[in-house]
Design a protein. Structure first.
Length: 286
């Protein structure tokens, strides 16, 4: 089968039979992922990529990394404007340096392993099933849909919540030291911000809430980052940490705002302007 063929080449389909919809083996993998996501918002599918391709995965990431947009941004954990009016002790008042940089989708070759996986229909169906979603769509955004997250030595991707309810990612090159993915399972819920716990983590006294994840290149991570505060700890050692971020949504046509796109990538494309026009009817400043 042609579609399964692409996956077979990249994914360890003996362990993860993505295309065998309805098979007991696939159901078992999905059920385990669902149980772990329900329990603590995160699941890791170990050695998802065939071990023989892990070096290709790393080398492709390294080749695209120079196309990342490097600009340290001052942020808070909620990714809301820093001048938002908040009570004195609100953790959203704690300012962090976001030192990671993203390679955008239009600088990722179509034949790169991460691009082939991101656009694979059976892969998307599998991810949807793991998250329990009826529908799953690639971001319509020509930059933010698929990114390589680059964290250079001395930098970190600081504590934050994702806007998206679910995130799919894959480490392609670990840091020499540091650069650990750390998260606080379900530290907030749709009904409760739990500001005291979030403040503890941001001020360094929340160790009891933090879990470190030992990721290896080629592992697939499924994560509910909207409820679990998370970060990539400071990278040390001689080289960058790279991870692929596969951005999907549960409805079609989602595209980033002009302002956010400029912050993340340093530029916008006609699609972003057109989407803003469609929403606002003009291109005037606020
Ligand atoms: O690079 C990672 O492992 C995490 C990335 C992340 O949290 C994000 O892009 O929102
Ligand atoms: Fe995140």
């Amino acid at each position: 089968m042609a579609v399964a063929g692409v996956l077979d080449e990249i994914v360890d389909t003996a362990r993860y039979p993505l295309a065998d919809v309805g098979s007991a083996d696939r159901e078992g993998v999905v059920a385990l992922a669902r149980a772990e996501l329900a329990e603590d918002g995160c699941t890791v599918l170990r050695e998802f990529i065939r071990p023989a391709l892990v070096e290709t995965l790393r080398a492709q990431g390294e080749a695209m990394a120079p196309h990342a947009y490097y600009e340290v941004e001052r942020v808070n954990a909620y990714n809301i404007p820093l001048d938002t009016e908040l009570p004195q002790d609100h953790p959203g008042r704690i300012v962090l340096d976001r030192g990671n940089a993203f390679v955008p989708r239009d600088r990722i070759p179509a034949d790169a392993l991460i691009h082939r996986l991101y656009t694979s229909e059976p892969f998307q169906r599998f991810v949807a099933d793991c998250f329990g979603l009826a529908e799953l769509h690639e971001f319509a955004d020509p930059l933010a849909g698929l990114c390589l997250n680059v964290v250079a030595p001395g930098m970190s991707h600081p504590w934050h919540f994702d806007t998206n309810e679910f995130t799919v990612s894959m480490l392609t090159q670990p840091a020499a030291s540091g650069g650990v993915f750390e998260y606080c399972p379900n530290i907030r819920s749709p009904h409760a911000e739990n500001l005291d716990d979030v403040r503890d983590v941001l001020t360094g006294s929340g160790e009891r809430l933090v879990r470190g994840l030992a990721l290896r290149p080629g592992d697939l991570q499924l994560f509910r980052g909207r409820f679990s505060l998370h970060r990539v700890s400071p990278v040390t050692g001689g080289h960058q940490r790279h991870s692929a971020i596969f951005a999907y949504t549960d409805r079609p046509g989602v595209i980033g705002t002009v302002e956010r796109t400029r912050q993340l990538f340093g530029r916008v494309l006609p699609d972003h302007l057109a989407a803003a026009d469609a929403v606002r009817g003009d291109r005037l400043l606020d």
